[in-house]
Design a protein around this ligand. Structure first.
Ligand code: ZN
Length: 318
């Protein structure tokens, strides 16, 4: 089934597919129990899809960019399976683009979006600035038996504080109050009129669109061209309702951008700077009553989000 077709499935079709998968999965499991000594064979694709049933529903209001999805949208998120953790474990901790790509692969496997009209969407529709929050949600679902990832810090009172990297300790960026009155609740975009007679509609880009821009940056770098970084910061916010753009499409946007008047550029640059969402920092209460804050970080690198740091010591049988 093509990815597009999957995205257009209604809730009913989606459920039906899951139920038929569940049936076939159950029979396979029975057979496996009887023939427990048969040699391992590669499982057909249908079997792995039965795990889609472990999807957990999350209201978009719990996401840092929740306000920018249609009201009533649900995120369906499931734990990572071993083969997905295996793929993720190969991430190059020193390569930003590889980290983003491996995280996107994880979201592709574990995240579905259900719109209020019953249509299904993929991770490509998720806001780019929700990526990390979703990754940590998948992590929590995956390691429910423990495996905490801890950031060590100190309280002002001198006590050592260990903050677990999980949702209850995340502080997200507040939405800049200067932006609020320009928010259009039906389109989920900001509408701005500027003194030079221009009108701009801005919203945080989704992962699909941001991926197209990332591919563009990589291509420009590989071909020894310097991409226009200020363009790449601003333009993705100016394309609401888009989940993709071609290389030539971006080229045309660059040309438009470079011919923009000064007031428009200065305004857009400042507006986009106010649109920082996502996880801002970590917070935990100390026993003394003080709130302890520290930077969001990956104590064992980006790979450590799904790879157990001391698995050798943890799992060796002495
Ligand atoms: Zn304290």
């Amino acid at each position: 089934m093509s990815e597009n077709k999957k995205n257009e499935m209604t809730e009913e079709e989606y459920l039906k597919r899951h139920l038929s998968d569940l049936e076939s999965g159950k029979k396979q499991a029975e057979n496996a129990a009887i023939n427990s000594d048969i040699p391992y064979v590669q499982q057909p694709e249908e079997v792995s899809r039965t795990t889609d049933l472990q999807f957990f529903n999350m209201d978009v209001r719990d996401l840092p960019c929740g306000e920018f999805y249609p009201t009533g949208t649900l995120f369906l998120v499931r734990p990572a399976q071993v083969r997905e953790i295996q793929a993720y474990s190969m991430v190059d901790d020193n390569n930003f683009y590889d980290i983003i790509e491996k995280m996107n692969d994880m979201l592709q496997a574990c995240v579905r979006i259900k719109y209020p009209d019953g249509k299904m969407g993929s991770y490509l529709d998720a806001k780019d600035q929700d990526r990390l929050f979703l990754i940590f949600l998948i992590r929590e679902l995956t390691f429910q038996q423990g495996n905490s990832l801890v950031v060590n810090t100190k309280c002002g009172c001198g006590a050592d504080i260990a903050i677990d990297l999980n949702r209850k300790h995340f502080v997200t960026h507040d939405i800049d109050e200067k932006l609020e009155r320009f928010f259009n609740h039906s389109t989920k975009c900001y509408n701005f009129k500027t003194v030079n007679g221009k009108f701009f509609e801005l919203t945080p880009p989704n992962i699909g669109l941001q991926k197209a821009f990332t591919d563009y940056i990589i291509k420009e770098n590989n071909e020894k061209r310097t991409p226009n970084l200020s363009f790449l910061k601003i333009i993705p916010f100016m394309m609401p309702n888009r989940t993709s753009i071609t290389y030539d499409g971006i080229k045309a946007k660059v040309k438009e951008f470079e011919e923009m008047d000064d007031i428009s550029f200065q305004f857009l640059n400042s507006a986009v700077s106010k649109m920082t969402f996502g996880i801002k920092e970590l917070k935990k209460n100390c026993e003394c009553g003080e709130e302890v804050h520290t930077d969001m970080q990956f104590p064992t690198g980006a790979s450590g989000i799904f790879v157990i740091h001391d698995a050798f010591e943890a799992y060796i049988k002495e």
